[in-house]
Design a protein around this ligand. Structure first.
Ligand SMILES: [Zn+2]
Length: 303
């Protein structure tokens, strides 16, 4: 994950220069060459200073050491990121740092945005993004943590049916219990990965199951594949839960959960979908461990 992309610098430099030229010409016509030059230069510096705030902030975040707890979290859940050689570890750590810095966390209904929960969300963002250094989650998002399942009027007393929800431009709402369960079991359910996958979708005009980062040339084949997999999920074929059949966006989000949690099973049962996700995320997740004798995937509460 790059701290600063060339486009972060080139666009404001050129745009600022154009503004500066216009302002300088106007000022020069009224006050002469010296006035025009100083006004133009001043405008250019103001525009540059404004545009460079974010890249400079990211450079500072990239240089700052990651909190010890974050390092421990990556270590504990590192298997999912693949072999953590120094280069990959640095990429993941940086993605976690950017997500921690960029997202705003709030607790509601008695839930508290603890450092552990913040990390659980930021590390999910890092998992999705670490294969694509040029991708970024939109940083203006707020993550609202609520204690348990909720309904449309989250924060209500009554338990609802959702573990997570994301609005087009609103907050990402997550049940803290579901966030903790999501990372505790590699069972193909991870509400953080699910809702963040929706965020990719919402970058376009609508959540249509065609993520905004997808190469437009692949969009048609992608849509065809999502529709085919929806029909399979509806018939109970394969390993995707039936919820995936409810919309292309849900198919993509549910498949993303499986891709990072149980990639070997996804590859075996949905090879075409697996390959599409490998190409999209630009990484191949390491196979999940095989179940030992006596272990059961049904050991967690299913909801
Ligand atoms: Zn969903």
């Amino acid at each position: 994950m790059r701290a600063v992309r060339p486009s972060d610098l080139v666009a404001p430099a050129l745009g600022g220069a154009l503004f500066a030229l216009i302002a300088g010409l106007v000022a020069g016509r009224a006050g002469g060459l010296a006035a025009g030059t100083s006004v133009g230069l001043g405008v250019w510096l103001v525009v540059l200073g404004w545009a460079l705030r974010r890249p400079l902030r990211r450079l500072r975040v990239a240089r700052r050491a990651l909190p010890a707890a974050a390092g421990e979290w990556i270590e504990a859940h590192g298997r999912r990121y693949g072999p953590l050689d120094p280069a990959r570890r640095q990429r993941v750590a940086r993605a976690v740092a950017f997500a921690l810095d960029g997202l705003t966390f709030e607790g509601a209904g008695g839930a508290e945005a603890t450092p552990e929960l913040r990390l659980s969300v930021a590390a999910g963002a890092a998992l999705l993004l670490h294969g694509r250094p040029d991708w970024e989650l939109p940083t203006e998002r707020t993550v609202l943590l609520v204690p348990d399942t909720f309904d449309e009027a989250y924060g209500d007393e009554e338990p609802g049916v959702y573990d997570g929800m994301v609005h087009h431009q609103g907050p990402i709402v997550l049940s803290t219990r579901a966030v903790q369960d999501g990372w505790a079991y590699e069972d193909g359910h991870n509400v953080v990965l699910h809702e963040l996958a929706h965020v990719f979708d919402f970058e376009g005009w609508e959540a249509d199951g065609v993520p905004s980062f997808l190469d437009p040339r692949s969009a048609e084949a992608w849509t065809t594949l999502m529709r085919k997999e929806m029909r399979r999920a509806e018939r109970g074929q394969g390993i995707l839960r039936s919820y995936a059949a409810s919309a292309p966006a849900e198919l993509f989000a549910v498949a993303t959960e499986q891709f990072f949690e149980r990639p070997a099973r996804l590859r075996n049962h949905h090879p075409e979908l697996f390959e599409a996700l490998v190409a999209f995320y630009n990484l191949t997740p390491p196979d999940e461990p095989e179940l030992g004798a006596g272990e059961s995937l049904m050991s967690r509460r299913w909801s």
